[in-house]
Design a protein around this ligand. Sequence first.
Ligand code: NI
Length: 153
Amino acid sequence: MILDILKFGDPVLRQQCAEVTEFDKELWQLLDDMYETMQKADGIGLAAPQVGVLKRVVVIDVDDGRIELVNPVITLMRGAQYEPEGCLSFKGKRGVVKRPKRVRVTAQNRFGKPVKFRGKDLLARAFCHEIDHLNGVLFEDKVLEWVEDEDDD
Ligand code: NI
């Protein structure tokens, strides 16, 4: 099911999200709906608060397969990259944000099993951006320079 994506200015986007403790059908449905919603919106990542659910849940797909993160934590950050980034809650706005070049993330999968990921470049950026959402942090807080949106779509 396609969910509504909250837009910037919505106070829900500034809330702290709660740890997931129940790995049940409701969580699986949320993950499936978030993935479908992200794909429909042509995004590479979506965090649960963006669909109004204050839980520590993220989906990511940087054209390299579906990644589901429940209760994710960044365990290592290395290097730096400066690239324009956007957000499905800020359609049409892009800005340069400093992010680590490489990160490691631990999380749980939809069944509650521990999982680990490594990401570099765009994937590292997506991990950082989406995990920020779970703490009410938005990319606009970190933009060094806004960039004109290219005529991409
Ligand atoms: Ni975002």
